[in-house]
Design a binder for this molecule. Structure first.
Ligand SMILES: [Zn+2]
Length: 108
């Protein structure tokens, strides 16, 4: 994914193939988007089919869902697909937290 000028270079890496294929939504637990924001985590989204990896950083999560969003990450997983121009269209998606490489909260 191309990074804009103000974005830090991410250290995010795709999980090992085995872990990716073994992913179950139950592993996500009960965390909400707001929990991820509080912990300074990015949501890493990885397609099981083509291994495309996308990072939703805390600023991105806040933009999409709002700072205090009580949406469960486990509920998001069911709505995700490997979409967009580079996507393969698969709906088997794994997600995992990644400690954000940038500054968060923005004004800390
Ligand atoms: Zn895909």
């Amino acid at each position: 994914m191309p990074l804009s000028g103000s974005e830090p270079v991410s250290t995010l890496k795709a999980p090992p193939k085995k872990a990716l294929q073994a992913f179950q939504v139950g592993q996500v637990g009960r965390d909400t988007v707001a929990d991820y924001l509080r912990k300074g985590w990015s949501l890493a989204i990885c397609c099981k089919a083509c291994e495309r990896l996308v990072e939703w950083t805390p600023p991105e999560l806040a933009r999409r869902f709002g700072d205090g969003s009580q949406v469960r990450v486990s509920a998001l997983v069911e709505r995700l697909a490997c979409a967009g121009d580079e996507g393969c269209g698969a709906r088997e998606i794994a997600v995992f937290p990644h400690l954000f490489d940038g500054k968060w909260p923005r004004d800390a």
